[in-house]
Design a protein around this ligand. Structure first.
Ligand code: WT7
Length: 643
């Protein structure tokens, strides 16, 4: 029965190893025919003139060229004839005593249309940028979809970012509209979102409207003519009696959203995804990687402020008519059994989380696991960073009871959706390996000189040689930066920034970033951005940031700082950390700050990060060649002061 339903609903879902191989083969040999067939499963206002037009040198990438659509019709309207009463979003509060909320597809459709009309009433038009800065409440998904409904470009900013970080993003996108909350509940904390926005807006006078949803009842200041309450605006729409909101006709390559992410240089850049390709890619990867079956409950624990939430809480599941569970809180509140309690409460079938969460929960022991059933689980997923074998086995054994495949999904903000992963119960899992590329994905490994490394049992830098529908199109307002960052390191290849090995069977294992980018608790943080934040603290002359292995976070942040004059080290350390929290957000707070009198540099002035990394890792025995250093004696001093 379920199988038949799947065949009807998801004809593009591969179900056996042979089907995977055939699909992969076809996607490489006849990509346009392959994706044209997949695209038949969506609702289009007008079909495409050409499936794919591309070159990686500019880059120019156009999927489903000439097609017209609205992604929300695919996520909402088209499910109504069959699934009006199917739960679309189930929401679980931070507070386990607060009632959960379910929105069926009909109810979600109504809410999205209603809020889309609020946006319109307030002057938001197609192409305008709307910044969304909210906690994990259903209204965050509603606001996101409402933007897409009217063709406004959403830029969701994670609720943990600081006022300065928001201001940078608002200015980059010239976003004139903001949707936020008075505050957000996260664990025992109450985060004052609106007051962070107020602070950010001191440097963003171009912002015209701030729509505020009341969640925490924290008192907030409301600026006349600019700040308005969500609830009041909904009342106005109700009074107008215009319940529906027609979906704006969008071109396949119109921008759907901007999402900021860090790189090895400069400020975060706005990764741009467009309507048709992103829709097809998130849907295709969702139904294939997790092997979603109608009726299942899918629980992705990410925040919608990150790409994982965009793709696997909102667009992937909803475009498939699935039931997506959204959780407001954190894994350790009120205790470290909360995820497992939620799994039992809603009979979750698919659990998709991050290695850092698994490692953190592992450290609490099994008492809070073994008093739960967890019998509804069928598929487990991992995302955000390499999963170490210990965490993989703990997850597979204690949570999956050895009966659930673990999909280790490798991808990036820039890729829109999963690129390399096993497919649950279709292709085999292998601890700490993302395993095989999805149909449409053509990975290759290259050496330092950019030569492609053929064969198996090899390692190199991971590149992709052909576009897939969900690939980044540009970085907002700065196409050259997109070219430079992703398409210039190796000619005609998309460079991921990750190191990778391919085993004897062709399975891929991602080994981590090869650029100056850290992955802290699954969050991507640029070292240049961190150094800028630290250097802004009065008295800091220079700094260098490196990552070091951290049991829970994956990587910790180690800062070497040259600080001028007398100071109380403990106090200054705290203040430097606080300045990072102020400039970026608490997720980027350094774990260790070591004061040094100088940084190891080559004669040409380049910081030798390799040496700093070794010292931070506590591996000072073999620092390699230090003879090219301007001042080799510095190394001993730094070694002695290591934390
Ligand atoms: C970087 C992308 C993908 C959504 C969350 C993070 C690392 C991601 C895996 C994995 C090993 C992984 C990579 C990648 N990464 N998933 N399964 N195995 N590494 O998105 O912030 O854009 O970061 O996360 O280093 O480049 P992001």
């Amino acid at each position: 029965m379920v199988r038949n339903l799947c065949v009807m609903k998801y004809p593009h879902q591969v179900k056996t190893l042979a089907e995977y191989k055939a699909a992969y083969d076809k996607s490489v040999k006849e990509p346009e025919a392959f994706w044209a067939k997949v695209a038949e499963n969506f609702s289009w206002k007008k079909k495409w003139d050409k499936v794919l037009d591309w070159n990686f040198s500019e880059p120019k990438i156009e999927w489903f060229k000439g097609a017209k659509l609205n992604i929300t019709e695919n996520c909402l309207d088209r499910h109504l004839p069959t699934d009006a009463n199917t739960p679309a979003i189930i929401w679980e509060s931070n507070n386990p005593k607060e009632a959960s909320i379910t929105y069926t597809y009909q109810q979600l459709y109504d809410k999205v249309c209603q809020f889309a009309n609020v946006l319109k009433n307030n002057g938001v038009k197609k192409g305008d940028r709307v910044c969304i800065y909210m906690g994990m409440i259903p209204e965050l998904a509603i606001a996101t979809l409402a933007c897409a409904r009217i063709g406004a470009i959403h830029s969701v900013i994670f609720g943990g970012f600081s006022a300065q970080a928001i201001s940078d993003r608002l200015q980059d996108a010239n976003a004139e509209f903001i949707v936020t909350c008075d505050g957000a509940f996260r664990g025992a904390k109450d985060i004052p979102l609106k007051s962070v926005i107020d602070e950010a807006l001191k440097t963003c006078v171009f912002v015209k409207k701030v729509i505020v949803y009341k969640r925490t009842n924290t008192s907030v200041s409301m600026k006349a003519d600019r700040d308005i309450w969500w609830y009041d605006e909904i009342k106005k729409v109700e009074a107008q009696g215009n319940a529906a909101c027609p979906a704006e006709e969008m071109d396949a390559e119109d921008i759907l959203f901007i999402l900021y992410t860090s790189g090895s240089t400069g400020k975060p850049k706005g990764v741009v995804h467009t309507c048709a390709g992103y829709m097809v890619w998130t849907n295709y990867t969702f139904v294939n990687v997790f092997q979603y079956k109608p009726g299942q409950i899918h629980f992705c624990t990410a925040d919608i402020g990150w790409i994982t939430g965009h793709s696997y809480i909102v667009y992937g599941p909803l475009s498939a008519g699935a039931t997506s569970l959204m959780f407001e809180g954190v894994p350790t509140y009120p205790d470290a059994g909360r995820f497992w309690e939620i799994v039992d409460k809603f009979k979750v079938n698919i659990l998709y989380t991050a290695p850092t969460a698994i490692r953190s929960l592992m450290s609490f022991g099994l008492d809070l696991v073994n008093n739960k059933k967890l019998s509804s689980l069928e598929v487990l997923g991992s995302v955000g960073e390499p999963i170490n074998e210990e965490a993989w086995h703990w997850y597979h054994t204690n949570i999956g009871k050895e009966k659930c495949p673990v999909v280790d999904t490798w991808w990036q903000t820039e890729t829109g959706g999963i690129l390399i992963s096993n497919l649950a119960n279709v292709t085999p899992h292998k601890p700490s390996f993302a395993t095989l590329p999805l149909p449409g994905v053509q990975p290759c490994l290259v050496d330092e000189q950019g030569k492609v490394i053929e064969g198996n049992n090899v390692s190199g830098n991971l590149c992709i040689k052909f576009p897939w529908p969900g690939i980044i199109r540009t970085t907002y307002n700065d196409h050259e930066r997109c070219r430079q960052t992703y398409f210039s390191t190796y000619k005609n290849l998309y460079f991921t920034g990750d190191g990778c090995l391919r085993d004897e069977e062709g399975n891929y294992r991602i080994t981590g970033r090869v650029d100056d980018v850290l992955n802290v608790s699954g969050h991507r943080i640029g070292t240049a951005e961190l150094e800028n934040a630290i250097n802004s603290y009065t008295g800091v002359i220079e700094s260098a940031i490196v990552g070091y292995p951290h049991d829970i976070k994956g990587q910790g942040i180690y800062a070497y700082v040259i600080y001028d004059g007398d100071h109380d080290h403990a106090e200054t350390r705290k203040e430097i950390a606080a300045s990072v929290t102020k400039m970026i957000g608490a997720i980027a707070k350094p774990d260790k700050v070591q004061f040094v009198s100088g940084l190891p540099k080559t004669r040409s002035g380049k910081i030798m990060r390799r040496i700093l990394r070794k010292i931070a890792e506590g591996d000072t025995g073999n620092l390699g060649d230090t003879s090219t250093l301007l001042d080799p004696s510095l190394v001993d001093e730094i070694k002695k002061g290591a934390l």
